[in-house]
Design a protein around this ligand. Structure first.
Ligand code: XIL
Length: 641
């Protein structure tokens, strides 16, 4: 029914039910917009759309260096605070943009000596990030923006020319020191597809992380133009970054066209928006998509690209365009065959109620729609919009960060794999205890966990204990899986070790730990431990076919590499192949690769290991070879498990 309406009414698209942010939330993703302070202050229509349709905001200009520190050590946060306050009022998150960039940075910075420039950079980051470090609305930062040239060499900016490439690592370390909880991103444009620039970004992120430089996330600006074609390998590109263990996100999406605007161009533009949302939906570690504005009335495109415009999802009069419907439907899509929600969870019971937290447990839901029970969303009952307090993959959750001496009424909804939400459970009511009020010092960050006894369904993690000097004492640890916009909590422990159970076979887990004190203060995130659960079950023959998608002078992309189960279902697979001498792997997706000598071993990831008899899954990889060498990998074999 919905698709028929959408295809008939292209000129004036139907406004399907539900907001963009509502549908994005059902997928565990954010949908964001860049916001300009002028119309935010002056136009009701602008404010209404900004608050109802989007769950994340990026300041279009108000947090840039020229706005926050126009003169040395003279800070103005009027515009930045305006954005943050608006977001807080509307239960939105703010992505901070941007700290270290060659553009929109005042002249006084650009002329400094190396010593003074490094000091100014560190001081600026400490001040700007520090201002919002304890503000729950500001959750992430673009620390370094646009560091690369199109050919993958470093941009010869004043930063690079004065400080060398070390400015990048220094900036990330300064940002982590200023806010241990913020997601720290490196951001760039023309890196959406697999190309020289994105591969340089990939290599940099891999190298920085191997040196423990705190890069948590990669931002893909995605300023697209319909006359240049769509980067069709965007999903594979996002996935190869995700396989490095970083979060990925689309940070500045717009799709411009040459004027005049026509219905045909609108249709192409809408398809580009669909493709980007679908790519983010398909990559678990993609946290969400931010559009660079929302109305054509206020878009940077006409001012920047002569003869081009109409890049956004609302027109000059705030009417929705086909691109809006495209974003809406791609977020809403889900799995068309499963429209049956899980059963309503049982009434939660509350235990361990402290001044800042409580543990809730409820009778589990069941799901008969086919996509399976995925987890639970936990909400506070509160007037018009009920804030989500957390999510859980089990029938219990430990809430943290609550306000002392406050009554909470909380309900739970079950969520299935297609995003269907159950009815609301009955409410549980509890009141947090009166806080001591004196302990606001979090415990120290736990050491990097090590994983032992990894089986197909569990693992034991151990880490160096935290200490607490705030007075309330160390209470325990929360253990989280690094995963997209909301990291599910895998469990809690009162010792510096935990045995995780209920994990999925043949799946890579990246897990971090935070210490908690008696007053509910949480430490910074420990570094990640990465482990892969072992194969679960029965074998069965499999076959493999590799397709060469693209080759060039010194490299190639092999995809899809299709694995097909024989006459019996399989739950995992291992493909091996041989790399010609002098070749290296430069990236891979939908697989976990290990290289030993010339032999490459590719194992399935969580979503493509379980194959029914005769069913297929696939992965891909990119290789590098010496200039002029035309050889390709050979000898693909598939085994189970
Ligand atoms: C643009 C803003 O949209 C304009 O208002 C401003 O005049 C220039 O900057 N990449 C980025 C963004 O990271 O900060 C830029 O924003 C667009 C390109």
């Amino acid at each position: 029914m919905a698709s028929a309406a959408a295809s008939v009414l292209i000129a004036t698209p139907a406004h399907a039910d539900g907001t963009l942010r509502g549908h994005a939330a059902e997928r565990g993703k954010f949908i964001g917009a860049a916001i300009a302070t002028g119309p935010l202050a002056n136009e009701t229509a602008y404010r209404n759309i900004a608050s109802t349709e989007f769950s994340q905001i990026t300041a279009e200009n108000a947090m840039k260096w020229e706005s926050t520190e126009p003169n040395d050590n003279q800070y103005t946060f009027t515009g930045a605070d305006q954005i943050v306050n608006f977001a807080t009022q509307n239960n939105q998150q703010v992505h901070g943009h941007t700290l270290v960039w060659h553009s929109q940075t005042p002249g006084w910075v650009q002329g400094l000596s190396a010593t003074n420039m490094r000091a100014a950079m560190n001081e600026h980051i400490a001040t700007v990030v520090g201002r919002y470090a304890n503000n729950a609305t500001v959750v992430s930062w673009d620390v370094v923006n646009e560091a690369f040239n199109e050919d993958g060499t470093f941009r010869q900016s004043f930063w690079f020319n004065t400080l060398g490439q070390s400015y990048i690592a220094d900036a990330f370390r300064a940002a982590r020191a200023a806010d241990p909880d913020a997601r720290l991103c490196i951001n760039d444009y023309n890196v959406e597809g697999i190309n020289a620039k994105s591969t340089a970004m990939f290599n940099l992120v891999q190298s920085l992380r191997s040196q423990n430089v705190p890069v948590d996330c990669v931002g893909f600006q995605s300023h697209l133009a319909i006359q240049f074609g769509f980067p069709n390998d965007i999903q594979q590109n996002l996935q190869r970054f995700a396989n490095l263990g970083v979060q990925v996100r689309i940070t500045e999406l717009d799709v411009r066209m040459q004027t005049p605007r026509t219905a045909a161009k609108d249709t192409t533009q809408a398809q580009y928006y669909t493709n980007v949302i679908n790519a983010c939906n398909a990559v678990t570690a993609c946290a969400g998509v931010t559009i660079w504005g929302f109305t054509d009335k206020y878009s940077w495109v006409p001012d920047t690209f002569s003869g081009e415009g109409f890049a956004l999802i609302y027109d000059n009069n705030y009417a929705i365009k086909p691109a809006y419907t495209a974003v809406h439907n791609a977020l809403d899509g889900g799995t068309p065959t499963d429209t049956t929600p899980p059963t309503t969870p049982g009434t939660p019971t509350a235990s361990n109620v402290t001044s800042t937290g409580a543990t809730l447990s409820w009778t589990a839901s069941t799901d008969s729609g086919g996509s399976g029970l995925a987890g639970y969303n936990v909400y506070r009952e509160q007037g018009a919009t009920d804030p989500q307090l957390g999510t859980s993959t089990t029938n219990s959750i430990t809430l943290t960060g609550l306000t002392a001496n406050t009554q909470y009424q909380v309900y739970v909804r079950a969520r299935d794999g297609a995003g269907n939400l159950s009815g609301n459970s009955a409410l549980v009511t509890f009141t947090t205890t009166t806080g001591g009020g004196t302990d606001t010092t979090p415990p120290t960050t736990p050491g990097t966990p090590t994983a032992t006894n990894v089986t197909s369904t569990g693992a034991t993690l151990t880490w160096t204990a935290s200490t607490d000097s705030g007075g309330s004492g160390l209470a325990g640890y929360n253990v989280y899986r690094e995963q997209g916009a909301t990291d599910p909590q895998l469990g809690t422990s009162t010792t510096n070790s935990i045995t995780l159970t209920g994990l999925t076979a043949n799946t890579q887990y990246q897990v971090y730990v935070r210490a908690r004190d008696g007053a509910g203060n949480l430490s910074g995130n420990s570094a990640l431990v990465t482990f892969t659960t072992t194969g679960g079950g029965t074998g069965g023959a499999c076959t493999v076919v590799a397709t060469t998608q693209n080759t060039w002078n010194n490299g190639y992309v092999i995809q899809p590499v299709t694995v097909t189960a024989g006459g019996a279902p399989i739950t995992s697979w291992t493909v091996t192949f041989t790399l010609p001498a002098g070749h290296t792997i430069s990236g891979s997706w939908n697989t976990v690769l290990t290289v030993s000598g010339q032999t490459v071993t590719a194992k399935n990831v969580g979503h493509n290991g379980n194959l029914p008899a005769g069913g297929s899954g696939n992965f891909g990889f990119q290789g590098a070879r010496p200039n002029g060498n035309t050889a390709l990998p050979t000898g693909y074999t598939c085994t189970t498990p």
